[in-house]
Design a protein around this ligand. Structure first.
Ligand code: GLV
Ligand code: MN
Ligand code: MN
Length: 436
């Protein structure tokens, strides 16, 4: 990935198409204010907007800073106290009647994958803000304080692994390890965090949380294809990220006979083709992806001597994750040997499968029933900061449908009615949790 990719989306306002498909929420009796929520979603979608209708807000870039600044201004307008921790995680706090009680948190992330969608993450942060604005309008106090969270580097492509801010917060990743990470251009995480002015003073360390709720688009096809309005997320898949490097020998594409070649790209291509077949051997819901690839010297008449690619694989059964890793390593070593290459497999991070808290899931079910929304249980195959929040307190997630189940793409889209329904469920559930 090159630096210009990080910056491409900033100031794309001129080219922004109308952000939302429908704005009609007639017939829904919402607790929240849908017009105010939509205006905030639209304004946030302009930060790092891309020509294709998505956003490019890789973590700790100028666009990420702009999104954070906008969020900070809004939470200040809402009378919240903003605390920023050493990882740049942002906590906007609304006092509770028992202000020492562990807070009820809700949030998500404002960073994106390269040219990603405008709902992934933003929906959860801005819906939580809309809930607090609604409580302010209604002059409602809650027993527990409420904290809206914008987690740093949920996505991970620039500074892998994903869920880094929440991972450090939960004590699963060391702060120094995160600080020393470098992006593909050699920029250090800590330097970038300081450059955008978001290295805060609050310790990024585990503290008890009363509850954590995260609203998110489903990013898959289950809800939309079944016509179900709300996903009650009962757990999250484990995921593993690896980086495989294969080294051969650089040589001339003409005079070098085929039997003398040590072509790193051929070894990598065969390994990747083998990885594609592994999920099918394990389980229908097992997934594996090679999404990042680099090649040296990447010249038409030179035999490639150095290839690095990523592997991302996910499932909710830890034994199958272990077995997949064995099969991936076996494939890489076999194909390296066949082409006489050296191979190195590096761990980039990951998280274990995690079941959410049944009592929080029940609250989401109850409030969905109360509001008359159809719902179904599900697990998330996408990573979310709720994974690490679950280590610190009762946690569950709310999913809403997205068009064609598409995400991590500029084409990601949703019906505005679904966004409002999700925000309404969050409002009802967060209110209950904060009063429990
Ligand atoms: C983040 O969105 C992930 O699931 O990788
Ligand atoms: Mn997300
Ligand atoms: Mn994402």
């Amino acid at each position: 990935m090159r630096t210009r990719d990080y910056e491409a989306g900033v100031n794309g306002r001129e080219s922004l198409r109308i952000p939302f498909r429908t704005v009609n929420v007639r017939g829904l009796e919402l607790l929240i204010n849908p017009d105010r929520f939509r205006r905030s979603m639209e304004e946030m979608a302009r930060v790092g907007a891309t020509k294709g209708g998505g956003v490019n807000r890789l973590t700790l870039t100028d666009a990420d800073k702009q999104a954070r600044d906008l969020f900070a201004a809004w939470v200040s307008d809402a009378g919240l106290e903003l605390q920023i921790d050493e990882m740049g995680n942002m906590f906007a706090r609304r006092a509770g009647r028992e202000d020492e009680a562990p807070p009820s948190m809700a949030g998500s992330h404002l960073d994106s994958v390269p040219n990603g969608g405008r709902f992934d993450g933003s929906l959860g942060v801005l819906a939580a803000l809309e809930v607090v604005r609604t409580l302010n309008d209604k002059n409602v106090s809650t027993r527990r304080p409420i904290e809206i969270v914008n987690w740093t580097n949920e996505e991970g492509p620039r500074f892998p692994p994903s869920m880094l801010g929440s991972g450090v917060f939960a004590g699963a990743i060391a702060l120094d390890t995160a600080y020393e990470m470098k992006d593909a251009n050699g920029a250090r995480f800590l330097d970038e965090l300081e450059r955008i002015g978001y290295r805060g003073d609050a310790p990024c360390a585990p503290r008890p949380i009363g509850s954590y709720l995260e609203l998110h688009i489903e990013q898959g096809p289950a809800l939309v294809s079944e016509g179900v309005q709300v996903g009650v997320v009962e757990g999250i898949f484990g995921l593993t990220w690896l980086r495989v490097t294969m080294r051969g020998e650089r040589d001339h594409a003409g005079p070098t006979p085929m039997h003398m070649r040590r072509d790193a790209l051929v070894g990598a291509a065969r390994t990747i083709a083998a990885i594609r077949e592994i999920p099918g051997k394990l389980h229908p819901e097992f997934v594996a992806t090679v999404g990042e690839f680099s090649l040296s010297p990447n010249a038409i008449n030179v035999i490639p001597d150095d290839v690095t690619f990523s592997v991302d694989f996910r499932h909710n059964d830890p034994e199958l994750l272990t077995e997949a890793r064995r099969l991936i390593e076996e494939a890489a070593r076999r194909e390296a040997e066949r082409e006489n290459l050296e191979v190195e497999i590096q761990d980039v991070g990951g998280s274990t499968p995690t079941a959410f808290d049944e009592s929080v899931a029940q609250v989401i079910r109850n409030v969905s029933e109360e509001a008359g929304y159809s719902h179904r249980p599900m697990w998330s195959a996408a990573g979310h900061d709720a994974r690490y929040a679950a280590d610190l307190g009762p946690t569950a997630m709310i999913f809403v449908p997205c068009v064609a189940g598409k995400s991590h793409s500029e084409e990601e889209d949703m019906d505005w009615e679904d966004a409002c329904r999700g925000c309404d469920v969050l409002a009802r559930a967060l209110w209950k949790m904060a009063d429990s």
